[in-house]
Design a protein around this ligand. Structure first.
Ligand code: PLP
Length: 399
């Protein structure tokens, strides 16, 4: 089947909850992918950070292959020989005390919400059923019914009510608004240290530190959603490190599965995650042997610090070069490390058109909203390939 036939097949048989670029991929290696007609493209999106280590990183494929030859699934009815090691190694890498393994990012966020609520009732002493969680506007934490209940994106939220109560939404980056929303019933503040879906929004300097201070002052948990910003994307293991901030709970996903399978987790303090008892939470596939084996290989890659370093140095180069485009078709560039939101200047191409033109020129990235291109190449990318992608963006956006 050719590309057009395959697109038609998707259109007919798959629900229309996405609007993909019209490219049909069949192979990938490192920072490059190939479509069914043999055309090669530079991947400048990296599966929204799920592919931080590129396509089919040899160490990750080897770990998966080895585990496929031994044991893939037990359910949590039995112990297996990968779970404890995965949890210990992830806790050691992240400087935390306990790990709750799940699968998708949304499940990790749901899990953190449940844990924070139980902590509020059993430890903080919030009256039963009254716990509140403060979140930021323009957030993205996933697609479940509870999570979209506190989304400010009407496309994500409308028509899916009734909504889960217990959330207060305040402006992202506004610590005063956050303080005003905190009450004795507040269990947690849930925040992305950098908002990815919103267009790679970096909050004002000092914001996360102030959020941490307010949480300490009011006995409120800080939950950092590092599903997209974490695991080396911004040049550090966690994006919150740029402000020297530690969260009580972190939600992790995307890159934790090495681009091979969904692996997510909540990691954090024993005094919080320790509230869960048998039967209160779980997932058939959460912490399965294959997921743990791949996750352990991801942890080994991150423990070298090599990817954090690549994101720092290549990211500095990316931002230096993109900022030169401001005034030539670009209004603003935001981001940290090898991660950028490129705001197209008014009167330029719509972001969707820009993505399609880049695709035709062999560079894959994706618009977010109408005017922003999101650039997030795999952290394995060479400087030469990075420059090729930036040159192409400069050319397509130039006015
Ligand atoms: C992608 C993402 C999620 C949801 O992850 P899924 O695996 O798609 O459920 C949650 N939070 C953030 C910050 C994300 O980027």
């Amino acid at each position: 089947m050719n590309a057009a036939d395959l697109v038609a097949l998707d259109d007919e048989w798959s629900t229309h909850n996405y609007h993909p670029l019209p490219v049909v991929l069949s192979e990938g290696e490192g920072a490059w992918v190939t479509d069914v007609e043999g055309r090669r493209y530079l991947d400048f999106l990296a599966g929204y950070s799920a592919l931080n280590f590129g396509h089919r990183h040899p160490a990750l494929v080897a770990a998966a292959t080895e585990q496929l030859g031994r044991l893939t699934l037990t359910s949590r009815a039995f112990h297996h020989d990968q779970l404890g090691l995965f949890c210990r190694e992830l806790a050691e890498l992240t400087g935390t005390e306990m790990v709750l393994p799940m699968n998708s990012g949304a499940e990790a966020v749901e899990s953190a919400i449940k844990v924070a609520r139980k902590w509020a009732y059993r430890v903080k002493g919030v009256p039963d059923g009254k716990a509140e969680i403060v979140v930021a506007g323009s957030n993205f934490h996933g697609r479940t019914t509870t999570i979209i209940s506190f989304s400010t994106d009407e496309t994500a939220r409308a028509d899916f009510g009734p909504y889960t109560p217990g959330f207060q939404v305040v402006k992202y980056g506004d610590a005063q608004a956050l303080e005003a929303a905190i009450s004795p019933r507040t269990a947690a503040v849930l925040v992305e240290p950098v908002q990815g879906e919103a267009g790679v929004l970096v909050p004002p300097p000092g914001y996360l530190r102030e959020v941490r201070r307010l949480c300490d002052e009011h006995d409120v948990l800080l939950i950092a959603d590092e599903i997209q910003s974490g695991l080396a994307r911004t040049g550090t293991l966690f994006a919150a490190e740029h402000e020297g901030v530690r969260a009580d709970l972190y939600t992790l996903g995307k890159a934790l599965g090495g681009g091979i399978l969904p692996v997510s987790a909540v990691v954090g303090r024993r005094a919080v995650l320790g509230v869960l008892r048998p039967g209160e939470h779980g997932s058939t596939f959460g912490g399965n042997p294959l997921a743990c084996a791949v996750g352990r290989a991801v942890i080994r890659l991150l423990a070298t610090g090599e990817f954090q370093e690549r994101s720092r140095t290549l990211g500095a180069h990316l931002h230096a070069r993109l900022s030169e485009l401001v005034g030539s078709g670009v209004a603003e560039v935001r981001g940290r490390g090898l991660w950028a939101g490129v705001e197209i200047a008014p009167g330029g191409l719509a972001a969707r058109q820009a993505s399609e033109t880049l695709m035709a020129r062999g560079v894959l990235c994706k618009e977010t909203h109408d005017t922003t291109l999101r650039v997030a190449p795999p952290l394995v990318i060479s400087q030469e390939d990075l420059d090729h992608g930036i040159d192409t963006i400069a050319d397509v956006l130039a006015r």
